[in-house]
Design a protein around this ligand. Structure first.
Ligand code: DCP
Length: 224
């Protein structure tokens, strides 16, 4: 009974939402694993397993094989699964999620469109969906944590982890994603849904863990 009451209380009154951002292979998973072990934070990882297998289909692989044909398919599904993440009820006072509905749109959809890999009609339809969702559904974010890397570091990490779908990704792709992140989170070209905490993330694992330790209190002060 107490647990239920606590859960109801925290979900109604005092929850803080942290969104973790960074280029592909910037080290988000390690960061989330670190905070998963911290009290009071519930961590939700990006639903990439769903993007690789929705009822037997792999829209992530299809998108990399032919972005013009399958970009809309993947990004529509990403938008749905990110919305599910934002809405997922949790009990802890802090919820940390990987990426967000906003980065899916402002970074990945934008990149597909600007690089000529998404037809304008697909871009417009996704934008209509995005605008409707963000106008009609409350998407709370109190803090953005940005793992700032160089595209070269991400390229190296990407090659090392060797995920099948990502073998086709060239350095230029990571450079475009990087530039969009910098424009948004550093140069503030689009309105930000929350303040941004930048963590330099080119370092090795040991140094990164130290940095997470150093920033923990600041992150746990999100929304307070
Ligand atoms: N992706 C995409 N469109 C989105 C979000 C992600 O095409 N809106 C792709 C990029 C990657 C894959 O999905 O190929 C997984 O993305 P992440 O880099 O976000 O996840 P990782 O687990 O690779 O992150 P990290 O290596 O930082 O832990």
């Amino acid at each position: 009974h107490d647990a239920l009451q606590h859960c109801l209380f925290s979900s109604l009154f005092s929850q803080n939402f942290i969104s973790l951002k960074g280029n592909i292979a910037s080290g988000k998973t390690t960061c989330l694993e670190y905070f998963r072990k911290t009290n009071n934070i519930e961590v939700l990882t990006e639903p990439i397993s769903k993007w690789r297998n929705v009822r037997g289909h792999n829209p992530l692989a299809l998108m990399y094989q032919n972005p013009e044909r399958w970009g809309l398919t993947l990004q529509t599904y990403v938008q749905l699964t990110m919305l599910e993440q934002h809405q997922a009820p949790i009990c802890a006072p802090f919820k940390m999620i990987e990426r967000s509905l906003f980065s899916a749109k402002y970074i990945f959809v934008e990149n597909l469109y600007r690089s000529g890999n998404m037809p304008e009609v697909d871009y417009v339809v996704l934008t209509e969906w995005f605008d409707w969702i963000t106008t009609n559904i409350h998407i709370p974010i109190d803090l953005i944590v940005y793992l700032q890397t160089s595209p070269e570091t991400c390229y190296e990490r990407l090659r090392l982890r060797c995920r099948e779908e990502e073998k086709v990704i060239p350095l230029e792709y990571l450079e475009s994603i990087h530039q969009l992140y910098e424009d948004w989170l550093i140069n503030r070209s689009i309105p930000l849904p929350a303040p941004v905490l930048v963590i330099p993330a080119d370092h090795d694992l040991q140094k990164m863990l130290l940095q997470y330790e150093e920033h923990r209190d600041r992150i746990l002060a999100a929304g307070c």
